[in-house]
Design a protein around this ligand. Structure first.
Ligand SMILES: *[C@@H]1O[C@H](CO)[C@@H](O)[C@H](O)[C@H]1NC(C)=O
Ligand SMILES: *[C@@H]1O[C@H](CO)[C@@H](O)[C@H](O)[C@H]1NC(C)=O
Ligand SMILES: *[C@@H]1O[C@H](CO)[C@@H](O)[C@H](O)[C@H]1NC(C)=O
Ligand SMILES: *[C@@H]1O[C@H](CO)[C@@H](O)[C@H](O)[C@H]1NC(C)=O
Ligand SMILES: *[C@@H]1O[C@H](CO)[C@@H](O)[C@H](O)[C@H]1NC(C)=O
Ligand SMILES: *[C@@H]1O[C@H](CO)[C@@H](O)[C@H](O)[C@H]1NC(C)=O
Ligand SMILES: *[C@@H]1O[C@H](CO)[C@@H](O)[C@H](O)[C@H]1NC(C)=O
Length: 754
C-alpha cells in the first residue's frame, strides 16, 4: 500500500515509518485475517450478519484444549463488513483459521496486509469556468458527496469552511465521530463526515500508541487530496509566494466525507475495507482513494473488492495509478470497475529568475520558499566543482553561486548544495525532475542545457562574473502542457492486462492545495517551514482531480452509472497538448505519450458533460469479465459477494471505451471486439467512424455508421485489429472516433497493441 505522493520528505518519512512497523511486528502466532462469507448461506436463526459472524467466531473458542484459554486469548472480532464485502476481520490463530475454513458459508480468508511503502490554477487549466460547462451545469457539485479514504483531514483549513453551502443532502447517513483533538463541531455543511478506522493497525501492533486517535490528519496527504477534490473557495492563498490566488477544489460545492484509514503508525487492509464499507453505507456518490497495493490479485485487493460493491450501488471509485513510472507494467488499481488516473503536468511554472552581471535575464524552475537576497553575488563555474556532489568541495566556493551540471543525481546535488557554504546554485539539466517533483532547500534555479550554455559562456568570459537570483514567481501558460509526469505508473495493468489502464490523465505535478499547518511543507537549509498550503506531486494528486470531475458529472447527470461517468471522461479526453501537438511523455522525452502512460488523454471536464455517446456497463458485465479471469469460484465470490451472479456468460470483451490487445503469433490474425454505445445526446443523431490504425496494424469497423432515433437508443458495432506479432516489442497505438454529422461530438477511444 502506498499513498501516491511523490516528494523526498515524504519518501524519507514513510521509510522511517516502515522501519518502525517492522520493529513492532512481534506477535508470532495470531494474525488478523479478512474473512469473506457467503451471506446467502446465513442460517435462518440469526437475526443479522453481525450475530452470525460473532457466533461463528465464538464457535472457534472451543478449538484446542480449553484450559489453556486465558482471558482475551480467543479469536477477536475487529470489524464486521456488510457493504464493501460480506464478512469480517478478526485476530485468529492458525488453528482457528483452519476450523473457520470448514464452517458453512465460509468463502475465503487472507491475512491483513501492511503498508509496504513503495488548487489555485488547475481548475482553469481544465477550463472549468462559471459561465458555461460543467461547473454551472452541476451547480458546482452542491448535491454530491465525495468520500475520501485517506490520512484524515485538517478540519480548520479554510478549504473546509462551509460558507455558501446549502443544507446537507437528506440522503446522507454518515457521522462526525469525535476523537483526539476532534469534536463534532468540526464538521459542517462542507466537511459532512469524519470517521476513523484503526482496529487492524492496533491488532497487528497491540502495544502501539496512536499519536492522533481521530480523523485529524497528521500527514497532510488527506487534507491535500480532499481539498483538491472538493475544497471550498479560499481567497488570497499561496505557498510561500508561489501559486497565489483563489484556492478551490475541482467541485467547490461538493461535500467532503473523510474516512481516515492510514496512520502515522501504518496502514492495514482491514481498516481500508472498513472505511470503504462505511462510505458505501453512508451514501457517498464518489469514492476517492489515492493509494493502492502492488502485486495483489483482485480477490485480495481491498480497493478492487470495495470498488465492486460501490459500483453496484452506483458509486464510482476513483483511484490513483501509482508513482512507479516510467517503466511499463508498473500500474496499480488497474481495476476494470474503477476509474484509474495517471498524473500529468500543468501549464504553470514555479520560477526563479537569474540575472547575470551583463544584464541578461533567464527564467528557470524554482520553488525556493523565500525571497532570498541573492544580489550581485560572484558566479563560479569550475569543472571540478560542477558535479556538485561534495559539500566539502563546494564550500571552497564559499558565498558564491555555483553552476552545477547534470550528474544524473539531482536529489543528491540539492543535498550537497544545502550542506555546503555556497550562497546558492544554478542547476543545468534537461531532466524534468525539477518540473515534476524536485525540492529547493537552497536558493537555486534549474535551467535547460541551452540556457546553460549562455550562463557558462558568461561565467567563463567575464572578468568578475556575478549573478542575482529572485524567487517566488508563478508563470501561467507554459508551453508544452500537459505532459505525462515521469513518475506516473504505466500500464498494462499487472492485475489484468486485458483492459487498457490507466483510463485518464489529470493534473498531478506541483498541485497546490491545503495542508496540515503544523507539518513542515518546505525547508530552507535545515529550517523547517510551515504553511496552510503545500505544492506536491503524484498520482495521489491527479486522482482527486478525477474524483472531483466525476462528482460534478454525477451532479449534472444523477442517472449516469459509474461506467457512464468514466466513459464520458475517457471519450472526450484530449490527446493533444496546448501547442496542438501530441501530449509528450516526461519519462521518455523523445516520444509522444502512449495510452499506456495517459489512457485516453488529459481529462476535459466541460466536454465530458456532453459526450454524445457512452459505453455503459453494469455489474453483470463485470461479472462476465471476472468469470474469464481463471479465478476459482470462491475467489470470484470474494469479489462479487453474491451467489446470485453466475458464470453462465464468460466474456473478456467488456463494453469498455478503450481497446488493448497483443499478438502472440507471427501468422497474421485478427482480434475482434464488440461494443455497444448509448446515445446520451438529446436528439436523433448519426455517427460515422474515423479510424486511426496503430502503426504496423490495420483496423476495420462494422458498421461504420451508427444511426440513433432517440436519446437512450443503443447501437452495436465490432472492431477488428489485424496484425501479427512484431519483433521490435514496440507499443503501437491508434484510435477509433465516432463523429456526429455536425462534428459536435467526437467520441474517441484509444487502441493499443502491446
Ligand atoms: C470543539 O472544540 C472546539 C475547539 O477546541 C471548541 O471551541 C468547541 O466548543 C468544541 N465543541 C464541542 C461540542 O465540544
Ligand atoms: C504508550 O504510552 C504509554 C503512556 O504514555 C506509555 O507508558 C507506553 O510506554 C507507550 N507505549 C509505546 C509502545 O510507546
Ligand atoms: C481510539 O479512540 C476510540 C474512541 O475513543 C477508542 O475506543 C479506542 O480504544 C482508541 N484507540 C486507541 C488505539 O487508543
Ligand atoms: C576549481 O576548484 C578547485 C577546487 O576548489 C581549485 O583547486 C581550482 O583551482 C579551481 N579552478 C579554477 C579554474 O578556478
Ligand atoms: C539532455 O542533455 C544531454 C546533454 O546535456 C543530452 O546528451 C541528452 O540527449 C539530453 N536529453 C534529452 C532528452 O534532451
Ligand atoms: C445465471 O444468471 C442469469 C442472469 O442472472 C440467469 O438468467 C440464469 O438463470 C443463471 N443461471 C444459473 C444456472 O443460475
Ligand atoms: C499460429 O497460428 C497458426 C495458424 O493459425 C497455427 O497453426 C499455429 O499453431 C499458431 N502458433 C502458435 C505458437 O500459437
Amino acid at each position: 500500500m502506498a499513498t501516491n505522493v511523490t516528494s523526498f520528505s515524504h519518501l524519507i518519512f514513510h521509510a522511517c515509518l516502515l522501519f518502525a512497523l517492522h520493529l513492532g511486528f512481534t506477535s508470532a502466532q495470531r494474525s488478523t485475517y479478512i474473512v469473506h462469507m457467503d451471506k446467502s448461506a446465513m442460517p435462518k436463526d440469526f437475526t443479522s450478519h453481525v450475530h452470525w459472524y460473532s457466533a461463528t467466531l465464538n464457535s472457534l473458542m472451543s478449538v484446542g484444549p480449553t484450559k489453556f484459554h486465558k482471558l482475551g486469548s480467543g479469536p477477536r472480532l475487529l470489524y464486521t463488513y456488510d457493504n464493501a464485502i460480506h464478512g469480517f476481520s478478526a485476530v485468529l490463530s492458525p488453528k482457528e483459521l483452519q476450523t473457520l475454513q470448514t464452517v458453512s458459508g465460509f468463502v475465503s480468508a487472507y491475512r491483513d496486509q501492511t503498508v509496504t511503502v513503495d488548487t489555485t490554477h488547475t481548475t482553469s487549466f481544465l477550463s472549468l469556468n462559471p459561465v458555461t460547462g460543467l461547473w454551472p451545469a452541476s451547480d458546482y457539485g452542491m448535491n454530491v458527496i465525495v468520500g475520501v479514504i485517506d490520512t484524515g483531514v485538517w478540519p480548520e483549513s479554510e478549504s473546509f469552511e462551509d460558507y455558501g453551502m446549502t443544507d446537507i443532502p437528506a440522503k446522507w447517513k454518515g457521522k462526525c465521530v469525535p476523537g483526539d483533538q476532534f469534536n463534532t463541531s468540526m464538521c459542517n455543511k462542507k466537511l459532512i463526515g469524519a470517521q476513523y478506522f484503526n482496529k487492524g493497525l492496533v491488532a497487528a501492533n497491540p502495544n502501539i500508541n496512536i499519536s492522533m486517535n481521530s480523523t485529524r490528519d497528521t500527514e497532510g496527504h488527506g487534507t491535500h487530496t480532499s481539498s483538491t477534490a472538493a475544497g471550498n473557495y479560499v481567497e488570497g492563498a499561496s505557498f510561500f509566494g508561489y501559486a497565489p490566488g483563489t484556492a478551490r477544489g475541482v467541485a467547490p460545492r461538493a461535500r467532503v466525507a473523510m474516512y481516515k484509514v492510514l496512520w502515522d503508525e501504518g496502514g492495514y487492509t482491514s481498516d481500508i475495507l472498513a472505511g470503504i464499507d462505511q462510505a458505501i453505507s453512508d451514501g457517498v456518490d464518489v469514492i476517492s482513494i489515492s493509494m493502492g497495493l502492488n502485486g495483489v490479485p483482485f480477490y485480495e485487493d481491498p480497493v478492487a473488492i470495495g470498488a465492486f460493491a460501490a459500483m453496484e450501488k452506483g458509486i464510482l471509485l476513483s483511484a490513483s495509478a501509482g508513482n512507479d513510472g516510467p517503466f511499463l507494467g508498473t500500474l496499480h488499481n488497474g481495476i476494470p470497475w474503477a476509474l484509474t488516473s495517471a498524473a500529468g503536468t500543468i501549464d504553470r511554472q514555479f520560477a526563479g529568475t537569474l540575472t547575470l552581471g551583463n544584464g541578461l535575464s533567464i527564467v528557470g524552475w524554482s520553488l525556493f520558499p523565500a525571497n532570498a537576497l541573492v544580489k550581485d553575488v560572484p558566479l563560479v563555474y569550475n569543472k571540478t566543482l560542477s558535479a556538485c556532489d561534495s559539500s566539502k568541495l563546494l564550500s571552497e566556493a564559499n558565498g558564491a553561486i555555483v553552476i552545477c551540471l547534470d550528474n544524473g543525481y539531482s536529489n543528491g546535488q540539492m543535498y550537497e548544495i544545502t550542506q555546503s557554504m555556497v550562497a546558492g546554485a544554478i542547476l543545468i539539466t534537461n531532466d524534468t525532475l525539477y518540473e515534476d517533483i524536485g525540492e529547493f532547500f537552497s536558493p537555486a534555479v534549474s535551467i535547460s542545457p541551452k540556457d546553460g550554455m549562455t550562463v557558462i559562456n558568461y561565467a567563463t568570459s567575464a572578468h568578475e562574473p556575478t549573478v542575482t537570483l529572485t524567487f517566488q514567481q508563478t508563470i501561467l501558460g507554459e508551453k508544452r502542457a500537459p505532459a505525462v509526469a515521469a513518475y506516473s505508473s504505466r500500464g498494462p495493468s499487472p492485475s489484468y492486462p486485458g483492459i487498457l489502464k490507466p483510463d485518464i490523465m489529470a493534473p498531478g505535478s506541483r498541485v497546490f492545495a491545503s495542508w496540515a499547518p503544523n507539518l513542515p511543507s518546505a525547508r530552507i537549509g535545515s529550517n523547517l517551514l510551515l504553511s496552510d498550503y503545500n505544492i506536491i506531486s503524484g498520482t495521489s494528486m491527479s486522482c482527486p482531480h478525477s474524483s472531483g470531475i466525476a462528482a460534478l458529472l454525477k451532479g449534472a447527470h444523477p442517472d449516469w452509472s459509474p461506467a457512464a461517468i468514466r466513459s464520458a471522461m475517457m471519450t472526450t479526453a484530449n490527446s493533444f497538448d496546448n501547442t496542438q501537438n501530441p501530449i509528450h511523455d516526461n519519462g521518455i522525452p523523445s516520444e509522444p505519450a502512449t495510452p499506456l502512460a495517459m489512457g485516453a488523454g488529459q481529462v476535459d471536464p466541460n466536454k465530458a458533460l456532453d459526450p454524445g455517446l457512452i459505453y455503459d456497463a453494469g455489474a453483470q458485465d463485470y461479472v462476465n469479465l471476472i468469470c474469464s479471469m481463471k479465478f476459482t469460484k470462491k475467489q470470484i465470490l470474494t469479489i462479487t459477494r453474491s451467489s446470485s451472479y453466475n458464470c453462465s456468460t464468460v466474456s473478456s470483451d467488456l463494453n469498455y471505451p478503450s481497446f488493448i490487445t497483443s499478438f502472440s503469433n507471427e501468422t497474421l490474425s485478427i482480434q475482434v471486439f464488440h461494443r455497444t454505445v448509448t446515445n446520451v445526446g438529446n436528439d436523433a443523431a448519426v455517427y460515422v467512424a474515423k479510424l486511426e490504425a496503430p502503426k504496423g496494424y490495420s483496423l476495420s469497423v462494422s458498421p461504420d455508421k451508427l444511426s440513433f432515433q432517440h436519446k437512450s437508443d443503443k447501437q452495436s458495432f465490432t472492431i477488428g485489429i489485424y496484425g501479427s506479432q512484431q519483433k521490435n516489442g514496440k507499443v503501437s497505438s491508434g484510435s477509433i472516433t465516432w463523429v456526429d454529422s455536425i462534428g459536435h461530438h467526437l467520441v474517441r477511444s484509444p487502441i493499443v497493441v502491446v
